[in-house]
Design a protein around this ligand. Structure first.
Ligand SMILES: [Zn+2]
Length: 114
């Protein structure tokens, strides 16, 4: 379960930002998680409060919001994009010459302070 490591990473990033802003208390953090990212939102939520409690300075009782973003693939053969959930093969032309454009990242979208 690597979600705990990811939670620690996000918390340290946010703590740093809070520190740079006179040590404000962070009320909530909104994350964007790609549809095909390896992060499972539910697992991240499960470890979030524990991690905030034990590993943060400015994120006590900080709420976690997760926005799942669509994964998009691009097909080199027909030059079209499609939902990555359709698979490696392009649903428009059947080509497998495709690649992921977006949808595998986890990033901090916004932070709300008290
Ligand atoms: Zn295609």
């Amino acid at each position: 379960m690597h979600e705990l490591g990811i939670a620690f990473h996000i918390i340290s990033e946010v703590d740093k930002i809070a520190e740079e802003n006179n040590g404000v208390e962070v009320k909530s953090v909104t994350l964007e998680i790609g549809e095909v990212s390896t992060v499972v939102p539910k697992y991240l939520e499960d470890v979030w409060y524990w991690a905030c409690e034990h590993k943060s300075t400015h994120l006590k009782n900080c709420k976690l919001n997760i926005v799942v973003t669509k994964a998009i693939s691009f097909c080199n053969s027909c030059q079209k994009t499609y939902s990555t959930l359709e698979g490696k093969k392009c649903p428009n032309c059947g080509s497998e010459d495709t690649f992921l454009v977006e949808g595998n990242q986890t990033k901090i979208k916004s932070i709300e302070v008290v």
